[in-house]
Design a protein around this ligand. Structure first.
Ligand code: ADP
Ligand code: MG
Length: 450
């Protein structure tokens, strides 16, 4: 596509300050959105997907300026605004983040949002028709009959009837309310619709209906659509392209088909493997997305996904089974976080030993730790095993700090040291994983040859 995008998001950031104390000094920031970039072209549907808490809603509200972004640029070339030259100071005249009140009002006509919960988005004391018609009034349509005619027509186009105009929100089901929300979003003839989890609150049985309605309306109205969902199967049904978000960043972006059939980021693989399939045997093997998205106040260094990644890279010189490596990294972070309770482990070991009551040996406890992290009795790499044994001994002795230090220095991953750049996989398919960087890729190839 060579035409100008309708919307260009560039290194957009939204950091929420964390304040403390009576002076409410800022002591940190939740980096909910931390430098995302993508485009939406006219008539295109772009999906934004990721687990709960990864920053999707914050991205949406920052783009439409329901919240003021911390940094970055959102260039909107719709609403009769031609793409203009940049100002002499480098800013863009169509940068939404710099719009004044008047420009924002026009922008809010051209860009509409639909939210997850259709119930909370209607005034229960107002007929749904008036709720929709109000948008027209606010934007200057004074002719009451004309407003009603437009809204009645629109209600029919979203699958309801003109007579529904005078009914009240409580008379409708969740799915019907979402239809009305769509009518309200479309009544001003916007160019871009941002839908944040539009079907997540609905019965599974009506989700597909609403999704196909969104798809039909998008084609009928020539809309561009940003569809946000935590659900990969929802994305696949409607999106032309998809951006995968993790902890405030986009880790992979590309045509939906390319991303689904040939995922390049381990996080995307993990999300795909969690889609329920009728036949669990067809699911990608050995990938399990456990735990939750880390705290955006202190995101992991390097690649933010490395604390959960099944493909986390081993340091040069180490070559253990990948599942063992994952276990070693998990152990290391748990020790560092003071989250290993040696006493409980001792009791477990005692119970397992059908104990004679004399307590258990330290060896039994370290064995228990290895079991808990799926580590073998001996690592295949003798040097690594020596370090692990020593660290476990220190841990059991209560010498947590030294244990943590030893694990840190022995079992560190390049993934935590390097912030991955985007690698191009063709046709705009990009991912940010250091495994695709030339250096790592050739090292892995060499390791495979051994
Ligand atoms: P998603 O929509 O992907 O579930 P959100 O955008 O709602 O994610 O949230 C992203 C992160 O930002 C979360 O860690 C959340 O706790 C945090 N967050 C969201 N809103 C605020 C806020 N107003 N103040 C502080 N932190 C926030
Ligand atoms: Mg959300």
């Amino acid at each position: 596509m060579t035409e100008q995008p309708l919307l260009s998001v560039r290194t957009l950031k939204k950091h929420y300050p964390i304040r403390q104390g009576i002076l409410s000094r800022q002591v940190g920031a939740a980096k909910a959105v931390d430098g995302i970039s993508f485009d939406i072209y006219r008539g295109e549907t772009v999906g934004l997907v990721g687990e709960s808490g990864c920053g999707k809603s914050t991205a949406a509200t920052s783009i439409v300026r329901l919240e003021d972004p911390t940094d970055g640029e959102v260039v909107f070339n719709g609403g009769g605004r031609e793409d203009k030259e940049r100002n002499s100071d480098g800013t863009h005249p169509n940068d939404v983040t710099k719009f004044d009140k008047q420009e924002l009002k026009a922008f809010r006509r051209d860009v509409q949002m639909v939210f997850q919960d259709p119930s909370s988005s209607f005034d229960p004391r107002m007929s749904v028709g008036s709720s929709v018609a109000e948008m027209l009034l606010v934007h200057g349509m004074t002719d009451k009959h004309r407003r009603r005619a437009i809204v009645e027509d629109l209600l029919e186009r979203v699958g309801l009837s003109a007579e529904d105009y005078d009914r009240y929100p409580h008379e409708f089901s969740g799915g019907q309310k979402q239809r009305i929300a769509l009518a309200r979003a479309l009544v001003l003839n916007p160019e871009l619709l941002v839908a944040d989890e539009p079907v997540s609150a609905l019965d599974v049985s009506v989700q597909a209906e609403i999704l196909s309605l969104i798809s039909d309306l998008q084609a009928e109205f020539g809309l561009s659509l940003l569809l946000i969902s935590h659900d990969m199967s929802v994305i696949r049904k409607v999106c032309d392209r998809v951006a995968v978000m993790y902890l405030g960043e986009i880790v992979e972006i590309g045509d939906t088909e390319a991303v689904f059939t040939n995922p390049q980021h381990p996080y995307t693989e993990a999300l795909l493997s969690s889609i329920p399939t009728p036949d669990p045997r067809t699911r990608a093997e050995g990938i399990e997305l456990t735990g939750t998205v880390p705290d955006p106040v202190n995101p992991p260094s390097g690649c933010r996904f490395h604390t959960r990644c099944h493909r986390v890279v081993q340091p040069e010189g180490l070559d253990v089974e990948q599942s063992v490596w994952r276990g070693l990294i998990d152990l290391r972070y748990r020790v560092k976080g003071g989250q290993i309770d040696v006493e409980t482990l001792r009791e477990n070991a005692l119970a397992a030993e059908s104990g004679d009551g004399d307590g258990v040996s330290d060896e039994a406890v370290t064995a228990e730790i290895r079991t808990e992290f799926d580590l073998p009795d001996r690592l295949s790499d003798p040097e690594a095993d020596r370090a692990l044994s020593e660290a476990l001994d220190k841990l059991v002795d209560g010498d947590i700090e030294d244990a943590a230090e030893l694990l840190d220095s022995t079992f560190s991953t390049p993934c935590e040291e390097t912030t991955p750049d985007y690698t191009d996989h063709g046709d705009g398919h990009q991912s940010a994983c250091i495994r695709h960087s030339d250096e790592i890729a050739s090292a892995e190839l060499a390791a495979d040859d051994d």
